[in-house]
Design a protein around this ligand. Structure first.
Ligand code: PEP
Ligand code: MG
Length: 825
């Protein structure tokens, strides 16, 4: 068996597999290799071989090479969903091919318009081979050498297995143990390392890249974790892991867990018809019952051949992965990300693969794998982990549905306004019920921090869980009263009980309305200083929730929402309509529209940036807009014509000196002149240390300034805002960041310009007195925080805020500043 050199299968840009926007490929789960973003439509054989499989949808092909390696060529990401449209397979299974033989014809233009990416993984799917990449981050022509595939001789393989095993032990810091998010962080931290890493605790051991495996260890704060690693970069991998674990793995709290019933409520006596559960999402519902019965999906035990079953499973996984990438809300986004991590869990996939290799069907193998993992989570006895079993079951069902030919399990036919009763609720089922508009949910099992519960709380659907099997005795059409605030369901309410419940419901909603009403009056501090409380928005729907929450305007419209996840830039008319819809939703409130801030972590496929080692330090924000003036001009015209001038303000991101602002000003003046429109205020974001230090010079030309604490923190502390490993240290309350905000405040004041904050720090009521004391007069927050923020500001006095800010500026660590602020609450 000898090394085989692979030639580029088509002309295009060669890149590492890690750049493919699909975790299965990017994380190397499908094998090692390279990817090519094609410039032409004929995919050719990279070397001689025998065709192993040709996907029925024509988007992928495998070749068996002479040295036993199995080469997979997979055109693009999520291309299976096109059902063959745009693809023509030119070879059949079993055919012998030479290097250069055409394999697949792709209609690049039509496929590119419909899929996330055309980046084509070229990888070795079986183990026992070393892939040496020969071309990376450059253009290749068909036939150019791209990779050597070398069989690992037995000795090397043995050495790899025996390897030098490196060990290290760490103590798990305070937190909730290795639950879903920390486990996913560990996996992410190991992305760049080749070493095999395992973690042991409680006599159990798991692959450190396996989210569910780590969760099943059942660890808790203070546990000693024994880490072992084998491979060339074993020491570095363990060092990175130890650093991550020691600096804290939690980041944000895992769930906005709804409180469980207060002890007093738990002792509240129940009537004979009432059942008690645990509050998962507050509120009250009165309606007729709809029972959700889950239907088992039939699964064949035996497979139709390893290749076919593996291909079916891969297609189902990538189809579901694409679906999970389209979340309906921010809460759903986090949960879907956790599901995606579980979907490509290496241990889960290994279990499924091994069952398929033993002759089982893809469905059978997947079901066995997910149930085995669920069993180990259950066995930990840890409530948080046991709640993740529903997530695994959800993934089990959704993949089985896809394998059986259904895209989704049949949507429930619950009537709108009904109270849904179920044994347990899968997150995907909740999303369907939410669409229907059900009034409330009660489940026999489940937990208050299960993902379905989090989704219900975010959507405002009252829900109680863990009511017990008695709740399943309710029949379709029965009347019920669900009081989720008290965690009680009344299963046979009489007329009087229903009337009482309606009265209580009316009282509670008027209480809520009163609370909200005070959120709708303009915000002033106790001593009468006007502070504008604005909202950060990304869509018209956001604008509606912001108005409902009491927002006095929009302090940051992230226009990227219109530009990302598509193949071409929106034209002037489309942009105008989108901005106008948001301006309408804000009624007569002011709207600060930020010009396009793509680049770095926000990439648009049709604005291909030249490769940059540090894209966050490269062509992003205003730099990109000035490099593509036609794009900026179109956007400025759309803003000016979409948003009524008296309420319109335009803000420029990523400025480092006045010259950038002046160039935008020039173009804006030109657009206003061409359109015959009046001048609108033009402001800047202060999100680079340079801008903060140059605030006075910038303020000469800027009508207003707004601090973007997210980027300001990233650039000041040199911590990539996307870094999981350093997330806990990216603290906007770091003295260096606070001093830069103070500098911005001084610069803005020198020219009498208003200063706002629109980064995440503005949404933290704890930081409000400090920001006000530093000269900030506008806070732009996430809509949900607006009532709390207004309440906080109303309780503040400006003189106290200034004294507090002065003290904060003399402190030397984020912890000291936080402690000072906590004392003011
Ligand atoms: C910021 O950097 O703080 C900011 C508000 O901009 P974005 O988060 O959109 O980069
Ligand atoms: Mg920013």
């Amino acid at each position: 068996m000898s090394a085989i050199r692979l030639a580029a299968p088509w002309a295009g840009w060669a890149m590492p597999l890690a750049d493919v926007p699909d975790p299965a490929f990017a994380q190397g789960m499908m094998g090692e290799g390279i990817a090519i973003d094609p410039l032409e439509g004929t995919l050719r054989a990279p070397c001689a071989g025998v065709v192993g499989t040709v996907a029925a949808t024509g988007h992928a092909v495998t070749l068996l090479l002479e040295n036993g390696a199995e080469l997979l060529l997979h055109v693009g990401v999520d291309t299976v969903a096109l059902q063959g449209k745009g693809f023509r397979a030119l070879v059949e299974r079993g055919a012998s091919v030479d290097q250069g033989t055409p394999l697949i014809e792709v209609d690049l233009a039509s496929v590119a318009a419909k899929v996330k990416s055309l980046r084509t993984p070229v990888l070795i799917a079986n183990s026992g081979y070393r892939c040496t990449v020969l071309a990376c981050d450059r253009l290749v022509e068909p036939g150019d050498p791209i990779m050597d595939v070398t069989p690992l001789d037995l000795a090397t393989q043995e050495r790899l297995h025996e390897g030098e095993e490196i060990m290290r032990a760490v103590e798990l810091p305070p937190g909730h143990g290795l639950h879903a998010r920390p486990a996913a962080r560990i996996g992410a931290a190991l992305k760049g390392y080749g070493a095999q890493v395992r973690i042991e605790a409680h006599g159990r051991s798991a692959d450190a890249r396996s989210t569910t495996g780590l969760m099943a260890l059942g660890t808790r704060a203070g546990d000693r974790l024994h880490m072992t690693a084998v491979g060339a970069d074993a020491a570095a991998a363990l060092a990175a892991l130890a650093a991550l674990i020691e600096t804290g793995l939690e980041g944000e709290t895992e769930t906005p867990a709804a409180p469980v019933p207060a002890a007093t409520l738990a002792h509240e006596p129940l009537s004979a018809n009432q059942l008690r559960g645990v509050r998962a999402a507050p509120g009250m519902a009165i309606g007729s019952v709809f029972k959700l019965v889950s239907q088992a999906i039939a699964v064949e035990r035996d497979g139709r051949g390893t290749d076919r079953e593996m291909a079916a499973l891969t297609a189902a996984l990538s189809n579901l992965s694409a679906e999970l990438g389209r979340p309906a809300s921010t809460a759903a986004e986090e949960i879907m990300a956790a599901h995606r991590a579980m979907l490509y869990d290496p241990e889960l996939l290994a279990l499924a693969r091994s069952a398929i290799a033993k002759g089982r069907s893809a469905g059978w193998a997947w079901r066995e794998a997910t149930r085995a993992r669920a069993g180990s989570l259950q066995a930990t006895g840890d409530a948080r982990l046991v709640e993740r079993v529903a997530d695994l079951r959800d993934l089990e069902q959704r993949i089985l549905a896809r394998l059986s030919g259904d895209i989704e399990p049949g949507a429930p036919s619950a009537p709108a306004g009904s109270i849904v009763i179920a044994d347990d609720l899968l997150p995907s089922r909740f999303l369907e019920l939410q669409k229907i508009g059900v009034a409330g949910i009660a489940t026999a099992r489940g937990g208050a921090t299960a993902h379905a519960a989090i989704l219900a709380a975010a959507a405002g659907v009252p829900m109680i869980v863990a009511v017990g099997p008695a709740v399943l005795e309710l029949a379709n059409g029965d009347m019920a009263v669900l009081d989720a605030d008290r965690a009680i369901i009344d299963c046979k309410p009489d007329k009087a009980a229903i009337a009482d419940a309606r009265a209580l419901q009316a009282r509670r909603s008027s209480d809520r309305a009163a609370a909200l009403e005070s959120a709708h009056t303009l915000c002033r501090t106790r001593d009468g200083e006007r502070i504008e409380i604005f909202a950060n928005l990304g869509s018209a729907a956001d604008a509606r929730s912001a108005v409902a929450a009491g927002a006095e305007g929009c302090g940051l419209l992230r226009t990227e929402f219109l530009f990302l996840d598509r193949q071409t830039a929106p034209d002037e008319a489309e942009q105008r309509a989108a901005y106008a819809a948001i301006a309408n939703a804000l009624e007569d409130r002011p709207l600060i529209v930020r010009t396009l801030d793509v680049g770095a972590d926000k990439q648009a496929p049709y604005l291909p940036a030249a490769f940059e080692d540090n894209p966050a330090l490269g062509l992003r924000g205003v730099r990109l807009s000035l490099a593509r003036p036609e794009l900026l001009k179109t956007q400025l015209r759309a803003i000016l014509t979409g948003v009524p001038a008296p309420r319109c303000r335009i803000m420029v991101p990523m400025v480092v000196d006045p010259s950038e602002l002046l160039r935008v000003r020039e173009m804006l003046d030109m657009c206003q002149h061409d359109l015959g429109l009046e001048r609108v205020p033009l402001g800047v974001m202060i999100e680079t240390p340079a801008a903060a230090l140059m605030a006075a010079e910038i303020a000469v030309h800027a009508d207003f300034l707004s601090v973007g604490t997210n980027d300001l923190t990233q650039y000041t502390l040199c911590i990539d805002r996307t870094s999981d490993a350093l997330a806990a240290r990216a603290d906007a309350l770091h003295p260096a960041v606070i001093r830069l905000i103070a500098a911005a405040g001084t610069g803005a004041a020198r020219h009498d310009r208003p200063l706002g904050v629109c980064g995440a720090l503005a949404s933290d009521p704890l930081a409000a007195p400090l920001l006000l004391g530093l000269g900030v007069t506008e806070l732009s927050a996430i809509p949900a925080m607006i009532p709390a923020l207004k309440a906080r500001v109303r309780a503040l006095e400006m003189a106290e805020c200034r004294t507090l800010a002065e003290r904060a500026l003399s402190l030397g660590s984020p912890a000291e500043i936080r402690a000072l602020l906590e004392k003011t609450i």
